[in-house]
Design a protein around this ligand. Structure first.
Ligand code: AMP
Length: 540
């Protein structure tokens, strides 16, 4: 017997409809690509998303067609999120920081018919256009006055929107319909597409707004630093509409000073981004002796948040860090670190230890760890193994069947991360499986060593990689970027680390560099480091 509840499909358009009806005057503020601040409301955004949908239809966009963006976090990109998916087409947010060949690969693989781009990316667009024959139109996200001269026959975003009325009803269709497409930023091989649905997106928005996740409300002002081209800005454009939070988008200016200015000016309460962004903000705050007067929570994810960073934000700035873990294939949110009631009675030292791991799964994400034979390992906080996940916002396969059947028995998706789980559900990543260092048959966690190195006051950033060793197969070596004007030696750093890790974990060598290589999404590019140091001779 079925229940007698209405079977309302979970539609992305219902999020912006809800925001207009109930939070119509709540602001969406953006730093424009061309400078200056743009300010309007959910009511305005919804109106323009409907005008945009009509414009897209007039350009021949049909349900299931792919429409690409190469754009910063701004109000037009937000409108595309709703306009494209709302009419039943698929928004392919492409990462403009990838190499032009990869961008062209994605546009061709996705079969994008239209590409919307911010003016910053005109050279990129002109470069790839001859290799993207399937693209019918390139649309510059600006008004007519700013439309650049180009060898391409560009369309103008504002002209398109203004030429259409907002008299448009969002269609209702099967909630499992594809809504958006994000390609993974894999360090090897071609990028693969994670194809989200209306259902998965709305469920993820519900899940991520929960109190023990990002705890979003209509009292929050949220600034996603995480780009709208990277896993849908961790779902924030949807979750903020669901919660009725004011949204602030930073455009192309992601340096510490620009972010600080927006935080203070717009009274931001929540922000989200990768650790390198927060490193820039912290350096700015400390150099100028500034305080954050309204920020309450910073979501840090994408790479392990160094404990020193978590502590500094909390202790020196009164900001709670929400250390979160997830991946493109998981929409992306999997776990968030928040304490439970029983932890409130713990000593400061015990609480401190607990707040550093990647946190507990939010409802909707099921996880387990397994050994090389696929046998489940105990949830004791000690055993570590391959982390598998399943749930309604986790991929069942990649777009166009790339990579074949990616699920293990029982529908489990292998994350490629190695982790521990404890009896309370807390998960700690020890490594990417590709980055694990195996020394004398035992695993050494590169993340733990990196965190320790970064806790030294003179260290800005650190990476640990395995280097070939005749006796132990591999030994860890540390590659370090010093903070400006700091004179730190190899011996000083190793002395600092010596009594804080098992003796055999201590890196065999330390090398200082000016900067570390990062992927297009801000992660350490360890494949490049391993290549650079392949023939490095460890001191005997
Ligand atoms: P992406 O799909 O580009 O978002 O990358 C996902 C991967 O980033 C995960 O599988 C992890 O290896 C890594 N990652 C994300 N968040 C964290 C975190 N909080 N701590 C450690 N690694 C993380």
């Amino acid at each position: 017997m079925h229940g007698l509840m209405q079977n309302m499909p979970l539609m992305i358009s219902s999020l912006i409809g809800h925001a207009e009806r109930n939070h119509g005057d709540t602001e969406i503020v953006s730093r424009e690509t061309t400078g200056g601040i743009h300010r309007y409301t959910y009511r305005d955004a919804h109106r323009r998303a409907r005008q945009l949908a009509r414009a897209l239809l007039s350009l021949g966009v049909k349900p299931a067609d792919r429409v690409a963006t190469l754009a910063w976090n701004n109000h037009r990109h937000f409108e595309l999120y709703y306009g494209v998916s709302g009419l039943g087409a698929i928004l392919n947010t492409v990462n403009p920081r990838l190499f032009p060949e990869q961008v062209a690969y994605i546009v061709n693989h996705a079969e994008d018919g239209l590409v919307f781009f911010d003016l910053t990316f005109l050279p990129l667009v002109e470069g790839i256009a001859p290799h993207c024959k399937g693209v019918r139109s390139w649309v510059a996200m600006c008004d007519r006055a700013r439309l650049p001269d180009s060898k391409l026959d560009l369309l103008c975003y504002e002209d398109l929107v203004n030429a259409h009325s907002d008299d448009y009803e969002w269609p209702e269709f099967d909630e499992r319909t594809a809504s958006s497409l994000c390609y993974t930023s894999g360090t090897t091989g071609n990028p693969k597409g994670a194809l989200y649905s209306h259902r998965s997106t709305v469920l993820h928005a519900y899940g991520s707004a929960l109190p023990d996740a990002l705890n979003l409300s209509a009292r929050d002002t949220v600034l996603p630093v995480v780009p709208l081209f990277h896993v849908n800005a961790w779902g924030l454009p949807y979750a903020c509409a669901l919660a009725g939070s004011k949204l602030v988008m930073p455009g192309p200016q992601l340096d510490g000073a620009s972010l600080y200015e927006l935080f203070e000016q717009e009274q931001v309460t929540v922000s989200a981004g990768v650790p390198t962004i927060w490193l820039g903000l912290l350096q700015h705050l400390q150099a100028k002796g500034l305080k954050l007067s309204t920020v309450q929570r910073l979501v840090i994810g994408g790479s392990a948040a160094p404990p020193a960073m978590i502590r500094t934000f909390d202790d020196a700035f009164g900001v709670t860090v929400l250390h979160a873990w997830g991946m493109t294939e998981m929409s992306p949110l999997g776990t968030v670190n928040t304490p439970k009631g029983k932890h409130l009675k713990l000593s400061a030292a015990e609480r401190d230890k607990l707040r550093l791991n990647q946190g507990r799964p939010i409802y909707g994400v099921d996880m387990k760890i397994v050994d090389d034979e696929g046998r489940e390992l105990p949830r004791d906080g000690k055993a570590f193994g391959d982390l598998l996940v399943r749930g309604p916002w986790i991929v069942s396969g990649y777009f166009k069947g790339e990579g074949g059947n990616v699920l293990r028995e029982g529908g489990w998706f292998p994350t490629g991360d190695v982790a521990t789980l404890d009896a309370d559900g807390y998960m700690q990543i020890t490594d990417r499986s590709k980055d694990v260092i195996k020394s004398g048959g035992e695993w050494i966690s590169s993340i733990e060593l990196e965190n320790l190195a970064v806790s030294h006051p003179a260290v800005a950033e650190a990476a640990v990689i395995g280097v070939a060793h005749p006796k132990w197969d591999e030994r860890p070596m540390l590659v370090v970027v010093r903070k400006p004007d700091q004179a730190l030696t190899r011996e000083q750093l190793l002395d600092f680390m010596r009594d804080k890790v098992a003796k055999w974990w201590l890196p065999d060598d330390v090398v200082f560099v000016d900067s570390l290589p990062h992927t297009a999404t801000g992660k350490l590019l360890k494949t490049k480091l391993r290549e650079d140091f392949r023939s490095h001779k460890l001191p005997s």
